[in-house]
Design a protein around this ligand. Structure first.
Ligand code: LLP
Length: 463
């Protein structure tokens, strides 16, 4: 593993043999467009702007730490996904990546649907005016109250995750005098090449019903016979932060195989398949994500080929990207508080946030990039570890990265690609106040989720 960093002179690149930090980038002032939101740039004076506003001004107005979200980038990504899949497919944004009422309105305006996985997400979606029929409701253990709320609201589909839930949703729908559209989530037995905690299609895990051993076929049998349910399709989600399309192709093939069996056994052609989300994004310059049109083509081709071979009409495809839409659109802005050089070991840069605003590094060993954004610097690169202010050694934001060696307290640094699963997984550890999310667009910035205050903390603590 890496160890190193001394404040001056050539950095210890010789002891680093792997990873994107093995050698410093040619120019630390350059911002790789792969990892930064589209309107982020650095002008000749060194000032970094997003949506036309200097980040130093944003820090003055909104404080740090804070997430800044490039609204036009978000909207452009929504449109790119919708255009790539076209009118015969559906794109459901996965709200777990990041959801707020403003986001729901943008999705609605850009023609996307929404995947929610809790009563809280459902409330946010409905409150912000997402039509219920454009909402899909997920989760491996939805409560009776959540199911009732979803059925009553008229959500477009509930994705059934277990045998018990098939009965539960049928029962609730009948009680409410409804026929609920449902899909069945299956596990297709694919080992996605991603972190263990975010791989979801191998059989040994909590989600879905296994294709293996005929379990999914049995689930279909039950869903087709129970009243209150209209089975419209099969769902598969193989994991997250995946670059290799092979897993999706195997998944699509196995789902179509199940559709074929269903047709042969029941004489029913299920009209929909959902292939889930999980497309990877660039966190560092080493990552090469696929574009939505490539993904749409790869999935569309495989599904139509398999269906043709089986003599099935091609079902309507849907996908559920979360990270791939919101991930690249935001960065987290921090102020440097301390810089600690450990001779021959490492340099620690402590910022005013940490694992409470980005748990992904600690939880998944995730890699991130970082840049000095409040000024330009032509100082030598130094290898650093960016850490937070929490009482825990594992409180790491960026494990290894190069920053200029004249970095000092008061400098602003930004970590790009934090739009997904950072604010949504943020915590109050050490009674930290969760940072705001500020949307920036065309020279205007507005808070879409405000910063927590100490009053918020005390309000929950009823004494
Ligand atoms: N659909 C289903 C059924 C899902 O479970 C997920 C993510 C998605 C769609 C969206 O996946 P995406 O396109 O965003 O990869 N906290 C982890 C990721 C957990 C993903 C859970 N499910 C992380 O920070 O990497």
């Amino acid at each position: 593993m890496s160890r190193s960093a001394h404040p001056a002179g050539p950095r210890h690149a010789d002891v680093l043999t792997e990873g994107h930090y093995a050698a410093p980038p040619a120019d630390l002032n350059a911002l790789d467009e792969k990892v930064w939101a589209r309107t982020v740039s650095r002008d000749d004076d060194g000032a970094v702007t997003v949506g036309g506003i200097e980040v130093t001004r944003l820090a003055e107005e909104f404080g740090t730490p804070a997430y800044f979200l490039d609204e036009s980038d978000f909207r452009a990504r929504c449109r790119a996904w919708a255009d790539a899949f076209g009118p015969d497919a559906d794109v459901f944004y996965a709200g777990k990546a990041f959801l707020s009422r403003a986001v729901v309105r943008w999705l609605k305006e850009e023609g996307l649907n929404l995947d929610v996985c809790s009563g809280g997400e459902l409330t946010t979606a409905l409150d912000a005016g997402m039509p219920a029929e454009r909402i899909a409701f997920h989760g491996n253990n939805k409560t009776v109250a959540e199911i009732e709320r979803a059925v009553r609201a008229g959500v477009g589909r509930i994705v059934l995750d277990s045998f018990q839930e098939i009965v539960r949703v049928s029962h609730i729908a009948q009680q409410l005098g409804r026929r609920q559209r449902v899909q069945i989530r299956v596990t297709v037995g694919v080992e996605a090449h991603t972190h263990e905690f975010i791989a979801t299609a191998h059989e040994d895990q909590k989600f879905g019903i296994a294709l293996a051993g005929g379990q999914a076929a049995e689930a279909v049998r039950r869903a087709l016979t129970l009243d209150g349910l209209e089975l419209v399709g099969i769902h598969s989600h193989i994991g997250s932060q995946i670059f290799d399309m092979a897993g999706f192709e195997v998944s699509a093939r196995r789902v179509v195989q199940l559709l074929t069996e269903v047709r042969d056994e029941h004489g029913v052609e299920l009209p929909e398949i959902d292939l889930g989300g999980g497309l990877g994004i660039a966190y560092t310059s080493d990552d090469d994500p696929r574009e939505p049109h490539e993904i749409a083509k790869a999935l569309g081709d495989i599904v139509s080929r398999e269906c043709e071979a089986a003599g099935l009409a091609t079902p309507r495809i849907s996908v559920e990207p979360g990270r791939a839409i919101v991930g690249p659109t935001a960065f987290t802005l921090y102020e440097v508080g301390t810089v600690k050089h450990l001779e021959g070991l490492r340099t620690y840069v402590s910022v005013d946030g940490g694992m409470s605003d980005n748990i992904r590094t600690a939880l998944y060993d995730a890699e991130y990039s970082v840049a000095l954004v409040s000024r330009r610097s032509d100082a030598e690169p130094m290898l650093v570890r960016v850490v937070g202010k929490h009482c825990e050694s594992g409180d790491i934001v960026v494990k290894d990265a190069f920053l200029p060696s004249d970095l000092a307290p008061g400098d602003l640094i930004a970590v790009p690609a934090t739009g997904a699963y950072c604010r949504s997984m943020a915590s109050n550890y050490n009674h930290a106040l969760r940072p705001p999310v500020v949307a920036v667009r065309d020279g205007e910035a507005r808070v879409i989720v405000r910063r927590e205050t100490e009053e918020d903390l005390l309000r929950l603590d009823v004494g």
